[in-house]
Design a protein around this ligand. Structure first.
Ligand SMILES: Cc1ncc(COP(=O)(O)O)c(C=O)c1O
Length: 478
């Protein structure tokens, strides 16, 4: 997410290839709107002065002034005499669906609650909840029962764990942020995959990380040669990695990838922040990898694990955790007071009852994700022949689909106008790349998934037409 004041060059990089067949002021305003709506620019950010942006984009100042006027008129910016133009979100506008609009949302890759959830909401749970009423009811580390259940879960997966190593958090998003804050100082270099989970980029930037990335692709996975060279050269403080069913590519590291990655991290003195929130979402990978840290000892790498009940049990519980060495776990817990004082007890009691059933939950998820994958694949193959659905997608929540043309932001804007929310590909990168990609959530409700893809197919011919490359080729645009 961009900071409060955006420089002209930074905005130019964020804008990417923003021109379309509309007048320039309109195309520019529309692209800024999209950046604002999908979180790449935050509300309240000060835009560059008209003259500076005009110079950076090689436009006339009148064009930039007209674009800013258009933003103001639509409520996406405001200007105060002498203090420039500041972005704003008109009431109710964001990536969240507005109540009553009933749009289809492809922006979240999440499943509804497991069927097993109802089964644990019994009198025993209420009695247990009541038994806590005489206590304070919250603390920085989490309920002993849930910490023990999480520690057991790691043990069953091949990484013996003491409950002392577990800190319960508000979803794994909070876990990423708390771990990042404990491990990273302002200005530290931090490695991440590109593309990756955008809210993690936001957390890492928030603690002052300078992000460096190397690629992971749908077809080839992690580019470990480049990664090893990057680690040797840059010695990042932290490496944030999603080893299983990576968001958004869906790829998983092979055993060999894991070995090379851990060796590179150990060699560079880099602490690995392994986000395993999606690790249980296997459709037909056919191999269950232990948590990354189970292999780390051989290489001497430090691995801090991030986990979550959101993807398996339910995102609505907001239960996640960090697994770290006891001393670091204590430091993480001690440092959280500035942002939160702990996690609601009821949800922790629920999660503690469901974690032991994780194999049963995984079977349910497997069936749901398999159905979503087939619905998405067949709808795309039938209706969007320009697109390439991943040849191999054996788990995870989403498909990283190649659109065949650099029009993802145009697509996101056009889709929004038709009631479909979808994050543009560049939201998953750090430097405006990925205009050729969109993330299609296979976790979405199958009927909404099919309908959303049908909607895209309806607008696709007009979106496809505006690619500059094609217009250049046709000779209609200089
Ligand atoms: C890779 C990854 N990590 C973390 C999260 C955060 O999820 P939660 O805070 O619900 O656990 C997500 C959510 O989409 C994710 O995809």
């Amino acid at each position: 997410m961009a900071s409060a004041r955006i420089g002209a060059r930074a905005l130019r990089d964020l804008l990417g290839d923003w021109r379309n067949e509309a007048p320039a002021y309109e195309g520019l305003a529309d692209r800024v709107t999209l950046l604002l709506l999908d979180g790449r620019i935050s509300s309240g950010s000060r835009l560059p002065a008209e003259r500076e942006l005009a110079a950076a984009l090689e436009l006339s100042r009148t064009t930039v002034a007209a674009a800013y006027r258009r933003l103001r008129e639509a409520g996406y910016a405001s200007s105060l005499q002498g203090s420039g133009t500041t972005t704003a979100l008109p009431h109710g506008r964001s990536e969240e669906p507005a109540p009553g609009d009933a749009p289809i949302s492809f922006t979240h890759a999440s499943l509804p609650a497991t069927r097993l959830l109802t089964g644990v909401l019994d009198d025993g749970l209420i009695d247990e909840y009541r038994s806590h009423f005489g206590s304070l009811g919250y603390d920085g580390v989490g309920q002993p029962g849930l910490r023990a259940a999480v520690a057991d879960w790691y043990g069953r997966r091949g990484l013996p764990t003491d409950p002392e190593q577990i800190v319960i958090t508000t979803g794994s998003q909070n876990a990423i942020h708390l771990a990042a804050r404990a491990l990273i100082a302002r200005g530290d270099r931090v490695w991440a995959e590109s593309p990756s989970y955008p809210n993690a980029f936001d957390s890492l930037r928030d603690v002052g990380a300078r992000l460096i990335t190397t690629p992971v692709t749908v077809d080839d996975g992690w580019d470990l040669d480049t990664l090893e060279a990057t680690f040797r050269r840059s010695a990042p403080t932290v490496a944030y990695v999603i080893p299983d069913f990576q968001n958004p590519t869906g790829r998983s590291m092979s055993v060999r990838d894991r070995e090379r990655f851990l060796e590179a991290a150990a060699g560079a003195g880099t602490t690995v922040l392994a986000d395993e929130a999606t690790a249980e979402l296997d459709i037909d990978r056919g191999i269950r990898h232990p948590p990354l840290g189970a292999l780390a000892g051989r290489h001497g790498a430090d691995v801090v694990h991030i986990g979550s009940a959101s993807k398996s049990v339910w995102g609505g519980l907001r239960i996640g955790w960090v697994r770290a060495e006891p001393q670091l776990a204590r430091r993480i817990a001690a440092g959280r007071g500035a942002t939160d004082l702990g996690v609601p007890i009821f949800e922790q009691l629920v999660a503690a009852r469901l974690l032991p059933k994780s194999d049963e939950v995984a079977e349910e998820r497997r069936a749901q994700l398999r159905e979503g994958r087939e619905v998405a694949r067949s709808a795309i193959e039938e209706l969007l022949p320009d697109w390439t659905f991943p040849a191999r997608l054996d788990g995870g929540l989403a498909a990283w689909v190649n659109l065949g043309a650099p029009v993802s932001s145009q697509l996101a804007l056009a889709a929004r106008a038709r009631g479909l929310l979808i994050a543009a590909g560049p939201r998953f990168g750090v430097d405006g790349a990925f205009e050729r990609y969109a993330r299609i959530p296979i976790a979405a409700d199958p009927v909404a998934l099919r309908r959303g893809i049908e909607l895209i197919a309806e607008i696709w011919p007009s979106v496809r037409r505006v690619t500059r490359g094609e217009l250049d080729y046709a000779g209609t645009v200089a």
